[in-house]
Design a binder for this molecule. Structure first.
Ligand SMILES: [Zn+2]
Length: 257
């Protein structure tokens, strides 16, 4: 630990960025396979068009996509630009986690949480689901990590507010406004980040969703009843809370006095 602490910040930031690219590559596997209920361990990466396994040199994050010019080496079908984007974003976010939290337990915790948010965003955006295999272990993880960071009671209250509020919205809207995945997601995030951040996430997630959805409704592109996945906005709001939730809450509380 002494040795690692003596390394310059830029070097560790670069390390976390490259580590994030590799994690992002694994995120892509999860994004493709979890909604299809396939194993995320076996088989190793394959082309989704021709099913041929991808050679390790073509599977290097970002560089693989760039050297292949976005096409499968075997069948030349297009590889979605989403893959390198997910890798790049995960790389940037993990570098951000290190810069924010340094070498700490928080960095360990958010190095797991933040890539999971990326996975949830893309899966919910594409399939309108947040899989139970993420949210149910997420609730346990949220309790363990959340009570370590914030204490057991704030974690428990966060769980009840996050899951409970969304459950009530689901009941009163007859299940139209809110999916079960959103309820379990907010329960997990509530346990992880405690109740103040949970309220911040519900508020800013709704705001982000409105900013995105309102122009579409006004332009007639989407009806008021048409389904827009809420997960990406909640995940975005969760990132805001992780990186600057404490500052936002502090500003809010101080603006009232
Ligand atoms: Zn192929």
């Amino acid at each position: 630990m002494e040795f690692i602490n003596s390394l310059p910040t830029w070097l560790l930031t670069t390390y976390f960025f490259i580590f994030g690219l590799a994690v992002g590559s694994f995120c892509n596997v999860c994004i493709y396979r979890l909604p299809r209920e396939e194993s995320i361990v076996f088989p190793s990466s394959y082309c989704v068009a021709c099913q041929n396994p991808i050679a390790w040199r073509d599977n290097v994050p970002l560089l693989g996509y760039l050297t292949l010019l976005g096409k499968c080496r075997n069948c030349s079908s297009r590889i979605s630009i989403i893959y390198p984007i997910v890798e790049l974003i995960t790389g940037i976010l993990l570098a951000g986690v290190y810069l924010k939290f340094g070498l700490s337990w928080e960095t360990m915790i958010f190095s797991i949480v933040v890539p999971t948010l990326v996975v949830i965003t893309i899966i919910d955006w594409k399939h309108q689901i947040i899989p139970d295999v993420i949210t149910l272990p997420g609730i346990l993880f949220g309790f363990a990590a959340g009570s370590y960071m914030n204490g057991l009671l704030p974690s428990l209250i966060g769980f009840i507010i996050g899951g409970g509020l969304f459950y009530l919205i689901a009941v009163f809207s007859g299940g139209k406004g809110m999916g079960g995945g959103d309820i379990k997601y907010m329960a997990a995030v509530g346990a992880l980040l405690a109740w103040k951040n949970t309220l911040l996430i519900i508020f800013s997630g709704s705001l982000l969703g409105t900013i995105y959805g309102l122009p579409l409704i006004l332009l007639g592109k989407k009806g008021r009843k048409s389904k827009v996945p809420f997960g990406p906005f909640l995940a975005g709001a969760t990132l805001i809370a992780i990186f600057s939730g404490d500052q936002i809450i502090w500003l809010y509380l101080n603006s009232m006095t």
